[in-house]
Design a protein around this ligand. Structure first.
Ligand SMILES: O=C[C@H](O)COP(=O)(O)O
Length: 262
C-alpha cells in the first residue's frame, strides 16, 4: 500500500470574518505547536471564506506556519463577465493549496452537477491548485442502498477526460449528505464501503498504482470522539470537517487522531 499522508481539512463554510479568521488560525497553530504536532505525519488545511484568504495568507507567511489553506469553491473561468465568481488565477495569487469542488451545499443550493464539477476541477488544475472533489449520497439514495453507484457516478462525471497526471494529485472527499451537520455520523464501515469503492473505481480508470496514492477523505459530523475509528479504516485517508473545525481545540484534537482511541 502507498504511504498516503493523512489530510485533515477544516471547511469553515460561511463562518468567520477576516479578523476572526486570523484568531482561529493563530489559535489552531498554537494548540498544535503546544501538542508538538508533526505536520509531516498529518497534514492540516483550512478552507476559509474567500474574504478571509488574504488575512490567512499573510499570517501563514509571516509566522511560517505549516498549516495549508484553500478555498471553498472556484470559477470554471479564468476571467471575464462572471459577476460574483472567483477566478482560479486570483486564488493561485493568494497561495491557496486546495479548493473544494462540488460540495453538497454547492450541489444543493447552486445546482452544481457533473459538468460543473468537471469544469471546475480543470480550472483549478490549470492554476496548480489541488481540487478536493466532494461526492456523496442523500438519505433517499442511502435508504435504497444505492450509495456506491450514486457516488461513483459523481466521481466518473467529475473526472471525465482527466489525465493520469492530474488524477494522481486529486483529493476526493466522501460526504454522505445525511451525515453533514446533522450529528448523524456514518459508521466507520459505511465510510470504508464507499471510500474503498472510490479507490477501486480510480484503479479501474487509472490503474492500481495511481489509485493507491490518491487520498480519499470522509466528511460528515466528524468530531474528536469518532475520528479515530473512521481513520482506522484502510481506505480513509483523512477527514473533511465542518462544524467541529470552528473550535480550534476540538479541531486540533481531530488532527491528532493518532493520540485518541478508536
Ligand atoms: O465540508 C464539511 C462537511 O460538509 C461536513 O460538515 P459537518 O462536519 O458539519 O457535518
Amino acid at each position: 500500500m502507498a504511504d498516503r499522508t493523512p489530510l485533515i481539512v477544516g471547511n469553515w463554510k460561511m463562518n468567520q470574518d477576516h479578523h476572526q479568521a486570523t484568531h482561529l488560525v493563530q489559535k489552531l497553530a498554537w494548540t498544535l505547536k503546544d501538542a508538538k504536532h508533526d505536520f509531516d505525519s498529518v497534514e492540516v488545511a483550512v478552507l476559509p471564506p474567500f474574504t478571509d484568504l488574504r488575512s490567512v495568507q499573510t499570517l501563514v507567511d509571516a509566522d511560517k506556519l505549516d498549516i495549508r489553506y484553500g478555498a471553498q469553491d472556484v470559477s470554471a473561468h479564468e476571467s471575464g463577465a462572471y459577476t460574483g465568481e472567483i477566478s482560479p488565477v486570483m486564488l493561485a495569487k493568494l497561495g491557496v493549496t486546495y479548493v473544494a469542488i462540488g460540495h453538497s451545499e454547492r450541489r444543493a443550493y447552486h445546482g452544481e452537477d457533473e459538468a460543473v464539477t468537471n469544469a471546475k476541477i480543470r480550472s483549478a488544475f490549470g492554476q496548480g491548485i489541488v481540487p478536493i472533489l466532494c461526492v456523496g449520497e442523500g438519505l433517499d439514495v442511502r435508504k435504497a442502498g444505492n450509495q456506491v453507484e450514486h457516488t461513483l457516478a459523481q466521481v466518473d462525471g467529475a473526472l471525465d477526460g482527466l489525465g493520469a497526471e492530474q488524477a494522481a494529485q486529486i483529493v476526493i472527499a466522501y460526504e454522505p449528505v445525511w451525515a453533514i451537520g446533522t450529528g448523524e455520523v456514518a459508521t466507520p464501515e459505511d465510510a470504508q464501503e464507499v471510500c474503498g469503492a472510490i479507490r477501486a473505481r480510480l484503479a479501474e480508470l487509472y490503474g492500481a498504482e495511481l489509485a493507491d496514492g490518491v487520498r480519499v477523505l470522509y466528511g460528515g459530523s466528524v468530531k474528536s470522539g469518532n475520528v479515530a475509528a473512521i481513520m482506522a479504516q484502510p481506505d480513509v485517508d483523512g477527514a473533511l470537517v465542518g462544524g467541529a473545525c470552528l473550535d480550534a481545540e476540538e479541531f486540533a484534537k481531530i488532527v491528532r487522531f493518532d493520540s485518541l482511541s478508536a
